[in-house]
Design a protein around this ligand. Structure first.
Ligand SMILES: [Ca+2]
Length: 391
């Protein structure tokens, strides 16, 4: 944002904010269901699914369970499970739908890391191949337009298909096909390392999407990385406590760490709105950077993008967003907040830390919060959160 505009906006904000905030927060805070969720409404195929109607009852508190099992004799009687849930209307290309899932084996935290999945699984003491396995498909009629399989964690990397968490650390699939789709099919399998007479269950909640969000508060977050090694992860590097970047608490934070960078590497954290924002929504990203690193890198390795689905709307290097006050805060070891006005609908915020070679200090970034400031006429609502950094 242009610093002059930002300063004038801050002055306006300071004048208006205190009187307007309470009423607006009371009017708009809280209930995430205020977003008009479009839920799947029909089961078009199922096998070994219990309470399947609970995945299409528009009730976030109920779920179905897919049970896969090995037989009692080798090679005989094993079975997989699936459920395919259909939306009332075709969902447009690039519209993200969400479906909460929970696996019996603890494989989802490793899959969150996308291409890091197998390394993380090793650290977490699980295997993505041979135990519980699942797949997800977005379909348009009989055609599969996007798919992923837990045995191939790279299918859960990038913008189109991700394992994400909400502020409560509940796990969802975020599904963003580049073609129109109308159903979501989830299948649960037992791998070939599972002994005889064993079942594996997968809980599936109701798939839904939101076209135009009435709240611009991020609901989900995920990450990806490149060039991260097992050694770095074992030393505590990588991405940690992702959900703390969207938990409504400006003191808590996620941590992205590349360690001392000696090879090309990066970590990206994304925050997702349930539906598209309004064009004049202002977004804020509160960060902390080690002053020693800032002195050397000047924030050049950090980029902040806003996106509509997978498509970039704004893409700026951190350095260009910093005010002199922000730089002073960084040098004092304080968190600081940068503001972005996409001027177009967006539903995704992407913070990327690119490691800069030749820096002897450990390179990292804490993301305290990604939040919105929705403008109503001359007034502002900051999604129910206090806004340190604003005067
Ligand atoms: Ca936080």
């Amino acid at each position: 944002m242009n610093p002059c505009f930002q300063n004038s906006m801050r002055t306006r904000f300071a004048r208006k904010y205190r009187l307007a905030a309470l009423a607006l927060i009371l009017a708009f805070s809280g209930n995430p269901l205020a977003n008009a969720r479009q839920y799947a409404s029909a089961i078009i195929s199922e096998s070994h699914a219990t309470s399947s109607s609970h995945s299409i009852d528009s009730d976030p508190s109920t779920f179905s369970e897919l049970e896969a099992g090995t037989g009692i004799i080798i090679g005989i009687g094993s079975y997989s499970a699936h459920i395919e849930m259909k939306f009332p209307e075709p969902v447009p290309a690039n519209q993200t739908s969400y479906v909460r899932i929970e696996a019996q084996d603890n494989i989802l935290p490793s899959l969150m890391g996308g291409e890091l999945g197998n390394i993380l699984a090793g650290i977490n003491g699980v295997s993505l191949t041979g135990n519980q396995e699942f797949s997800v498909e977005a379909k348009n009629g009989a055609a599969v337009v996007l798919s992923g399989n837990s045995t191939n964690p790279i299918s859960f990397s990038g913008e189109r298909l991700k394992v994400v968490v909400d502020a409560n650390n509940h796990t969802y699939l975020a599904i963003t096909p580049n073609q129109s789709y109308q159903s979501i099919r989830i299948s649960n399998f037992v791998g070939n390392l599972v002994g005889l007479g064993v079942t594996k269950r997968l809980k599936v909640w109701d798939p839904y999407y939101v076209e135009q969000g009435s709240s611009a508060t991020p609901q989900f977050t995920s990450y990806d990385s490149s060039g991260i090694t097992l050694e770095l992860l074992e030393m505590g590097g990588g991405a940690h406590n992702l959900e703390r970047a969207i938990d409504g608490n400006q003191d808590s934070y996620s941590t992205l760490s590349l360690g001392v960078v000696d090879t090309a590497s990066s970590i990206t954290q994304r925050a997702y709105l349930e539906g598209l924002s309004q064009p004049d929504d202002v977004f804020a990203v509160r960060l902390w950077i080690d002053p020693e690193v800032m002195q050397v890198t000047l924030g050049q390795g950090i980029r902040i993008r806003t996106q509509n689905g997978a498509n970039a709307v704004t893409n700026e290097v951190l350095q260009s967003l910093l005010t002199p006050a922000d730089i002073a805060a960084i040098m004092n070891g304080q968190p600081f907040t940068v503001y972005i006005t996409p001027s177009a609908p967006v539903d995704r915020f992407v913070v990327t830390l690119n490691g800069l070679l030749g820096v002897t200090a450990s390179q990292g970034l804490d993301i305290h919060e990604v939040f919105s400031i929705r403008i109503f006429g001359d007034d502002y609502e900051d999604a129910g959160k206090s806004t340190p950094g604003y005067p």
